[in-house]
Design a protein around this ligand. Sequence first.
Ligand SMILES: *Cc1c(COP(=O)(O)O)cnc(C)c1O
Length: 224
Amino acid sequence: MSDAAQSLLERLTQFRATIPDAVRAIAVTKQVPVEAMRIAYTAGFRDFGESRVQEAEAKQAALSDLKDITWHLIGHLQSNKVHKAIALFDWIQSVDSLKLAQRLDRAAEDSNRIPHLCLQVKLADDANKSGWSVSDLLADLPHLDQLTHVQIHGLMVIPPFGLEASAVLALFQHAHALMEKIRQQGFSRMQFEQLSMGMSDDYQLAMRAGATMIRPGRVLFGDR
Ligand SMILES: *Cc1c(COP(=O)(O)O)cnc(C)c1O
């Protein structure tokens, strides 16, 4: 192993040692070469997050010998790629509209897979991001609970860029409170036990606020 590969392996192994067992650390590998992903696998990562369907498809082909990877889609999904996304990803964390969820449900019926979904919610105005507003999400929940070919597990949150740490923490706490509120509504199919939040700069705040999944990228692999 080269020195660079050795130091990446050490960094990734040390990172994993700081994450509690109850938190699932998803290595965000967009624009990361498959060689580095193999090192992440060696360090113990089994969850990989990709933003683009096409990029994930190429990487899955290159890593097909690693059988126990769980693949997460974390970027916006176009409706014409729904079938492909279901074939490639175990989790689709970036479900951002009722229409997309319904499309996924219909496509899943034709497949032999049950996609695991998170609902992307916007807790602050952010023109750059897709996702439900809280009020729209609450209104759509009864419809989402009727989807029978997908499994909805919880929420995915991305804070707006450039917030201060205290504001990010407040936003994550708001997300956690929203999860609890939805869970208490007692939907029949949806579980709401997963809260996906926290990237390189704020995963510690996210864990403090109750994240069950974190999505670090640059802190693992360096700047893109
Ligand atoms: C890119 C990305 C990440 C990782 O971001 P880093 O700043 O590299 O840690 C996490 N979540 C989503 C949705 C992303 O698009």
